[in-house]
Design a protein around this ligand. Sequence first.
Ligand SMILES: *Cc1c(COP(=O)(O)O)cnc(C)c1O
Length: 490
Amino acid sequence: MTEQFEETAACENLSSYLNELGKGLDEYLRFEHSDAMQNPEDWKAKLGLDLPHNGIGIDDVIAEIRSLLLPNASAIPNPGFSSFITTGASNSALLANLSALVSAPQRYSLTAFNYVEELSLNWMRDLFGLSKEMKGIYSSGGSTANLIALGAARQQVFEKIGIDPARDGVQMPCRIYASAACHHTVHRAAAVLGLGRNSVITVPTNAKGQMSAQALRKVLREDTESKDSSEFLQLAVVANAGTTETGAIDPLAEIAELTQEYELWLHVDGAYGLPGILDPETAHLFRGINQADSVSVDPHKWMGAPVGIGTTFVKDRSILFRAFTQGAASYFEGAFSDEDAQHSLDSMGLPYADFGVELSAPSRGVVVWAIIREIGKSGLQKRICRHNAMAKHIAERVKAHPDLELALEPSLSICCFRYAHKSITNLDDFNRSIHRQLIRNGRNMPSTTYFKNKFVIRPCFIGARTSWQYADDLLDEFIELAEQLKNKNQ
Ligand SMILES: *Cc1c(COP(=O)(O)O)cnc(C)c1O
């Protein structure tokens, strides 16, 4: 008896479906649609069906993507979006991602995709001027990248006292030193690693938003000399190469001197800011980065990769293996011998699964490979320089305007400022109102933050689609709204 083939999902004719979907995507990318929350009842009613018993077929699924989802999608890829640190992907990155989804659903085995996984990591290392001994591992983003880096630090520090923390668990309290402006994924990484969020000791920042090296020196000395210093392990210092809040780059060279003196692991979180090293005007701020034991960077931020791609670089990948191995498993038996391979399935290739926290994982390297192959170092450099110059341009205009106040000089592509006319009593509320209006207008969409307890507008330029005119346009619109609101209040 022959079994009947009853698969109902479409698995062929991709080009025609892509063509259809592509039209919808191009339409979306013109950003002429209104915001999703303009008319939410309409699309929610059409989408919110009971569980379907029978499907509608792929053509109608594509039609619904085009008619219901895309016109009510995210504002993130909009060139006027400058909130948070996230962006839409550029085309080559998307297409490379799609190619991998179709043809290399996992990053393992001896395929060309597996090959460019490693190649692209090495390219990125060279692109950002990291030392040749650095090796990388992809993961889902900056959160996981920081977790992997701190997992390596934990492994190294405990091994020094004869404990394998990956096997036997954390046997002693630890301390991680991070600036007040560090990303709070550092705290979560400490929690996941069994160290606890409270193991993160906050080092104050200076007026430029950088970790104060002086304050770090003081706390390290006090901790080392304190009478209970034998009751905890000093594990790592986490420095920022571009804080999320202001883009400040910590004094890496000074911090590295301290981590060497105290024999501490130095992790540099460059999730957002590391590509800033390509701008000749800011490159010097990264001096000292090659003293780091680990460095993280997110291709899904400034490089324009689709979300889901972070990277950790370490000087010694064997520590990662010891920190993250799953232990031996029979289903992998013999899977790692590359010798005499004659078929792509003769070996798993490099054991990325044991360098991080994911087993099944997409081929991410091909995305980075495509980005770099498409525009080269020079193309990325142009984007970084443009965005940095936009932040500086806003800063110059803010300084020249009598009613605007600059919170601090921009280091990278973030500029923090506010409207501060003397007639306004509550500046935080005033600026918050202008910000809400900006977002609702939907043309220029910066985010906000508190810097030194002041509420400030915080555009962060990173999108490939964001061109120079958006700097002036954002500030013009902001000033116009501020003056309207001020006159209304008077
Ligand atoms: C964005 C960011 C993170 C977190 O990265 P995700 O990719 O969102 O997980 C960590 N550190 C810094 C400095 C960041 O800017």
